[in-house]
Design a protein around this ligand. Sequence first.
Ligand code: OXT
Ligand code: ADP
Ligand code: MG
Length: 568
Amino acid sequence: EAPGTEQELTDGFHLVIDALKLNGINTIYNVPGIPITDLGRMAQAAGIRVISFRHEQNAGYAAGIAGFLTKKPGVCLTVSAPGFLNGLTALAHATTNCYPMILISGSSEREIVDLQQGDYEEMDQLAIAKPLCKAAYRVLHAQDIGIGLARAIRAAVSGRPGGVYLDLPAKLFGQVMNADAGEKSLVKVIDAAPAQIPSPASVKRALDVLKGAKRPLIILGKGAAYAQADEEIKTFVEKSGVPFLPMSMAKGLLPDTHPQCAGAARSTVLKESDVVMLIGARLNWLLSHGKGKTWGEAPKKFIQVDIEPREMDSNVEIVAPVVGDIGSVVSAFNQAMGAGWTAPPAEWTKAVSTKREENVAKMAPKLMNNKSPMDYHGALGVLKNVIKEHPDAILVNEGANTLDLARGVIDMYKPRKRLDVGTWGVMGIGMGQAIAAALETGNPVLAVEGDSAFGFSGMEVETICRYNLPICVVIFNNDGIYRGTDVNSANSDPATTVFVKGARYDKMMEAFGGVGVNASSPDELKRAVNEAMKSGKPTLINAVIDPAAGSESGRIGNLNPQSVLQKK
Ligand code: OXT
Ligand code: ADP
Ligand code: MG
């Protein structure tokens, strides 16, 4: 070959990395291995943050919550078959929760997989992923990498956000092409999540229904938190004068201490309201499907704001559906309301605030108790003050009693600061979400974890130490699931819901160089958490909770099926 005629080349590895960077994706959550080890190395060398986890499910939960926090798809990268399946739970979770996420998985060669000839980690991953996510694509040729990633990004963030699977067979990475042609093949996605403007008629209809209400209620869901339309939402709620009820991950959109917040009067407002406006919240099990005892006798009219048209009438009739993105819809509300909006009847707003003050006052003394071992309220009283003093800290929360009681006790003050188990009530989101929250926001993280919940992702404390993240994990250690007191009288096996008594989870953190503390009283807990917030060092506090303090399934014990044969 004559000098000067050599072609500059690129390959599949570099095209994937260039395509990610072109679209502003600067973090990958992964577990390395064949065939994606070098992809991770090269991505890191190219300036992408590649965060390596100990299990793909945790990397996937990290990617999903990164999507929720940033409105950009969080990317999880896994190896074939088993790694893919480990990541798939998180992809399905992201889809269920409407978080934008892309699971990129290496895969085996099509020729062998399709003839089922037993390739290394053989599996028809695309077919398996398809029913569990919003969209699934495979790229077979290097020149299609740009388009493939563009489709994945757009599918993840446009309309109702969700999880997307992108299948990259091992052979693709080594495919070579001309570098210029490669660069030209990349696609920068323009306006990936276009504004979806509501029809003026739907806006008017919704406001007319709200205006006619005697006992109106606004329910804010995690879609409203996701939308990042914080100012518009605050303006709308305050202008309307309507009491608002935040779903758990919408807490803090307006402070829980806001005079219109009805969080502490939940059952009252659900029962007594006559018009309910849902903003980015679904009438699923968490809202008792919009009917039954929870919603009381009085007839209800529902207004629903959602980007997904098919969400309307999913459980009950929606008299005023408003389809659009929450930012556009709520600004349209604000404009259409004008100056002449009258607040709801004082009788109603007064009744709500009275109920709320009653409930808050009833809880207050419990939060001050100084028992040792602690009960939930004694321990949570301490953590409530920590968040009050550090309103920018992100609270990650999972468990049963640990989840339900922390949700009620710990007030949130700012949007998107409470991250929890979401729509499925899944255990295992803890460490993955804590890691992504710390990395994506730079804020300190307080992870409040049931001892069972923590076990699903506990090995990631090594990851927390490795990246030296400002995460303080508090384990509510009551020796088991719901309680540590169950006894099996049939044989010498422990009861199914109990763990080793008096376990010392703090030692796990010490094993990797972090700070471990055993706290058996509220005072000890307070000292340890304050120290962690001050130092920013990876910390794990084993908070010793009375094993008898919890109740079966926390606040949702009613969902357990009962055997008629069971002897009492
Ligand atoms: O109005 P009323 O009077 O009703 O009062 C309400 C509020 O007004 C009031 N309130 C307040 N009062 C005073 N002050 C303030 N600030 C205040 N705020 C509120 O309090 C009450 C209650 O309010 P709340 O909470 O808003 O209302 P409520 O009625 O509870 O709301 C209903 C729901 C449904 C919206 C709510 O309960 C909710 O969001 N629930 C989510 C529940 C959930 O998702 N749970 C997790 C799943 S449980 C189970 O499945 C578990 N597993 C199985 C498993 C899972 N999940 N995943 C996987 C992968 N494998 C297995 C397991 C293994 S939990 C679990 C482990 C459990 O053990 P741990 O050791 O981890 O945890 P511990 O239990 O601690 O041992
Ligand atoms: P929660 O559990 O807090 O009640 P859900 O996850 O049930 O919340 O509901 C979130 C809803 O928000 C979904 O129906 C989703 O389609 C919707 N949503 C998400 N993002 C937006 C957005 N930007 N604009 C409008 N609706 C949105
Ligand atoms: Mg427990």
